[in-house]
Write a protein that binds this ligand. Structure first.
Ligand code: FES
Length: 127
């Protein structure tokens, strides 16, 4: 079997899919390798990510990794979420085929971009 059960599960029933109108941070990244796009929304309270949503035009592996990534950062602090690597997400999914690893990078980069956006909004508020 090419894909693990967990990958198939998150692909077929992705968690936290959608848009967030009142997000505190939004990150959009593109995959240089395939051109697919990922958008990640976060809601932050007291430095904790209380809600996450994602939208993607990516492939099944991008959907599965993003779904897992959102589950992994929900309830975590900003700093913990920043440490999430695509490798950790792939491990949590019991692996991905080698030629699909680049898809998991989208999720990691989108999380980082959303946090960066959150931080720059906070900085702007402080001025
Ligand atoms: Fe583009 Fe997987 S092929 S994200």
């Amino acid at each position: 079997m090419l894909y693990s059960e967990k990958v198939m599960d998150h692909f077929q029933n992705p968690r936290n899919v959608g848009k967030m109108e009142d997000a505190d941070g939004v990150g959009e990244v593109g995959n240089a390798k395939c051109g697919d796009i990922m958008k990640m929304y976060i809601k932050v309270e007291d430095n904790i990510i209380t809600d996450v949503k994602f939208n993607t035009f990516g492939c099944g592996s991008a959907i599965a990794t993003s779904s897992m990534a959102t589950e992994m950062i929900k309830g975590k602090s900003i700093d913990e979420a920043l440490e999430l690597s695509n490798k950790a997400v792939v491990e949590a999914l019991d692996g991905l085929p080698t030629n699909k690893i680049h898809c998991s990078v989208l999720a990691e980069e989108a999380v980082k971009a959303a946090i960066e956006d959150y931080r720059s909004r906070q900085a702007a508020k402080g001025q």
